[in-house]
Ligand binder design. Structure first.
Ligand SMILES: Cc1cc2nc3c(=O)[nH]c(=O)nc-3n(C[C@H](O)[C@H](O)[C@H](O)COP(=O)(O)OP(=O)(O)OC[C@H]3O[C@@H](n4cnc5c(N)ncnc54)[C@H](O)[C@@H]3O)c2cc1C
Length: 474
């Protein structure tokens, strides 16, 4: 990494948090992200904010000088936008307050909170906020992109349960966005990503969940994978909303499996049933009968464990690539593409290079209309995501090639809309369609123009403001 002259010698002295520059003791630890490629280049200045006043101080400084600003929430993005080389970074990781009101079931979280922390705080009151599946993911980036997980069929996406945001504008003003105050901004914050300002608090509606649920893995031999995937749509069409289902085409995880399949491709079904425990068997047994698994590891367990089962295959600091899309149906051709490419993934011990397939339906598909939020879900029956993880820059090429090949094979079966958080930026055409209709795209550009006309928040899946040259080209 090259260290250049400090471009921020005039950074405001009134900033109360920690300011880190290249060469400072804690700089390298602070710039480390989930995405290992972030280590290749470092930002010019990391402003670790103590509170929203600090956020306002940095943004006022940046907007007065028209300096673009990167934002780090939980640091779990699959790209390096949270710590770009040479950038000024608003780092929210110290802002970790969580407040749970057990009576109203409203949960308020600051943007440095991670999903495991949110889950633990809510579970102390028997509650959960519908969110993601890996406990080290940040609430901030996840929420602003949409938020999907084991509870989405029962309670919807995270944004469907978002009640309000506190936000600092790019020129340093503090505003609130909810259904009545700045409603258009609130609409855009529910799926439009970090394009409009820096969110300093999220308020969610939580729901009773657990403490025990029934979850685990059904490991299906690869010879049966096509048949099982072919029959899943009909099965899940009548499954209860309390049953979440993620499937993965991956290399067999040892040591829970017979030795003969170690290192070989398998189909893994991950059911998570969060309803009445007395009815769990009714929900799981037919799925297990359909799957006829080599190993059935589904068992009662605390929700906190079920919602961190995937942590084991999601280690921090790997170099990674993520791409994905929505499938309107699991056609035979799509299944063939999933299995062909899932079984040819370059292996990486201790991490998942895998194609995941999430079953949509239920609340996420039926309870919130497409145009109610910027997050798009129209027509999506299944969501696929291909994740490649590896260790060194020398390995970049084979893993990136695998991801490109998966994308090329599955894109023709996919919808134009998609989930921004589980796909690295695929360029302008993808960004134009990923939120759904052209009307939604134009609406997002208008909100961007109103709140960030100079596009200072551009280190993201960027929505070009409606009044700029780049927007006219979009
Ligand atoms: C292993 C893995 C598992 C995942 N599992 C799931 C899952 O189960 N469900 C799911 O929905 N997603 C999942 N994701 C995707 C995840 O939602 C995104 O990566 C998300 O961006 C992470 O948010 P973060 O705050 O941790 O990341 P960061 O990298 O800190 O932030 C991502 C981006 O969000 C913006 N941002 C962050 N905080 C703010 C803020 N306060 N104000 C304004 N903008 C902000 C910035 O543009 C930033 O670049 C997963 C990702 C990985 C790598």
């Amino acid at each position: 990494m090259t260290v250049s002259a400090d471009p921020h010698t005039d950074f405001p002295v009134g900033f109360r948090g920690r300011v880190l520059r290249p060469g400072d003791n804690r700089y390298d630890a602070a710039r480390a992200l989930y995405q290992g490629r972030a280590a290749d280049e470092g930002p010019a200045l990391i402003a670790q904010c103590a509170d929203e006043d600090d956020v306002a101080t940095v943004l006022r400084y940046a907007s007065a000088r028209r300096i673009p600003v990167a934002v780090r929430g939980g640091g779990h993005g699959s790209d390096e936008y949270a710590m770009p080389g040479g950038a000024l970074v608003v780092d929210l990781s110290p802002m970790k307050a969580i407040a749970v009101d057990p009576v109203t079931r409203v949960v308020r979280a600051q943007p440095g909170v991670l999903l495991g922390e949110l889950d633990a705080a809510a579970q102390r009151h028997g509650l959960a906020v519908p969110a993601g599946t890996v406990s080290t993911t940040g609430v901030a980036g996840l929420t602003l992109g949409g938020g999907i997980g084991h509870l989405m069929r029962r309670y919807g996406a995270t944004v469907d349960n978002l009640l309000a945001c506190d936000m600092v504008t790019v020129d340093g003003r503090k505003v609130r966005a909810d259904a009545t105050e700045n409603p258009e901004l609130f609409w855009a914050l529910r799926g439009g990503g970090g394009n409009f300002g820096v969110v300093t608090a999220f308020e969610y509606r939580a729901h009773p969940v657990g403490p025990d649920v029934v979850a685990g893995q059904l490991i299906v031999g690869f010879d049966r994978a096509a048949d099982v995937l072919g029959r899943l749509p009909a099965h899940m069409a009548t499954a209860p909303r309390e049953l979440g289902l993620l499937t993965a085409i991956t290399l067999a995880p040892a040591p829970t499996l017979p030795e003969e399949v170690h290192g070989k491709p398998v189909l893994v079904l991950v059911p998570v049933y969060t309803g009445d425990l007395g009815k769990a068997d009714e929900a799981i047994a037919p799925l297990a009968a359909l799957a006829r698994p080599l190993a059935n590891l589904v068992t009662p367990m605390p929700w906190l464990r079920a919602n961190s089962l995937l942590d084991a295959i999601a280690p921090h600091g790997k170099r990674m690539n993520s791409t994905g899309g929505y499938l309107p149906a699991l056609s035979a051709d799509a299944i063939d593409a999933l299995l062909t490419h899932g079984s040819s993934a370059p292996p990486n011990p201790g991490a998942a290079t895998t194609i995941n397939l999430w079953c949509m339906g239920g609340a996420i598909s039926q309870d919130t209309a497409e145009d109610e939020t910027a997050f798009s879900r129209e027509g999506a029956a299944w969501l696929w995501e291909a994740i490649a993880m590896w260790d060194t820059p020398e390995q970049d090429s084979p893993y990136a090639q695998w991801a490109t090949a998966v994308d090329a094979a599955l894109r023709p079966h996919s919808l134009t809309n998609g989930y921004t958080n589980l796909t690295d930026d695929l360029g302008e055409e993808w960004r134009r369609g990923v939120h759904g209709s052209q009307a939604k795209h134009q609406r997002l550009r208008a909100v961007k123009a109103a709140w960030d006309p100079d596009n200072l928040l551009r280190f993201n899946k960027n929505i070009a403001p409606a009044n700029t040259e780049s927007a006219r080209a979009a």
